[in-house]
Design a protein around this ligand. Structure first.
Ligand code: ADP
Length: 184
């Protein structure tokens, strides 16, 4: 499924984000930037050991040894990936007692898009941030991702945004959110 917005495109597909030949792919990292399971592990495996080395440098130099806070994003090269760059962002861990967690999730998408624009990238692929181990409800995550990306595209000439879903169920949730967005 694909829509056009202000001369940009927003597309949903199923697949493996590590195979995407976009300028940038986004990693749903954890604050340590030292790799992990899920999409983070897959990206580090496909990019090779130099990605971890660069992440260590980012921690030391850009973050003064601190963890990357939730909602923030940092840039590295793509190393052995087809993508030139990886933007690492930390999604919120779902907690039903916390209000407005979708704002933190929206920050992930917004900050990644801002960094990508600054690098003059014109294509970016996102995974479904926070809906794996971090347990964010898929419908709310899909609605938040689509609204945030669409808001950004309606204000910027960026190019092409793809959301790469890892299962048919996830794809259906994002497709439903995109349909209700376009019908509004
Ligand atoms: P989080 O910790 O942010 O929840 P996860 O990596 O656990 O991150 O999951 C985020 C989403 O990424 C999940 O929907 C998961 O199925 C998906 N995923 C895992 N591997 C890949 C991959 N290679 N390409 C695209 N999506 C992936």
């Amino acid at each position: 499924m694909k829509i056009e917005l202000n001369g940009n495109t927003l597309e949903l597909m199923t697949g493996d984000i590590t195979q995407q030949e976009t300028d940038v792919i986004v990693n749903a990292a954890n604050g340590t930037l030292m790799g992990g399971g899920g999409v983070d592990g897959a990206i580090h495996r496909a990019a090779g050991k130099d990605l971890l080395k660069e992440c260590k440098q980012v921690r030391e130099k850009q973050l003064n040894g601190e963890k990357l806070p939730t909602g923030k994003a940092v840039l590295t090269r793509g190393h052995n990936l087809p993508a030139s760059y990886v933007i690492h962002t930390v999604g919120p861990v779902w907690n039903e007692r916390v209000n407005n967690q979708e704002e933190q999730l929206a920050d992930c998408y917004r900050n990644a898009l801002k960094i990508a624009s600054g690098e003059e990238a014109s294509s970016i692929a996102f995974p479904s941030i926070s809906t794996g181990v971090y347990s964010f409800p898929i419908e709310l995550a899909a609605e938040t991702a689509i609204k945030t990306i669409a808001d950004f595209l309606s204000d910027h000439h960026f190019g092409h945004v793809t959301i790469v879903l890892f299962s048919d169920n996830d794809y259906e949730a994002y497709a439903a959110a995109l349909k209700s967005f376009t019908n509004d």
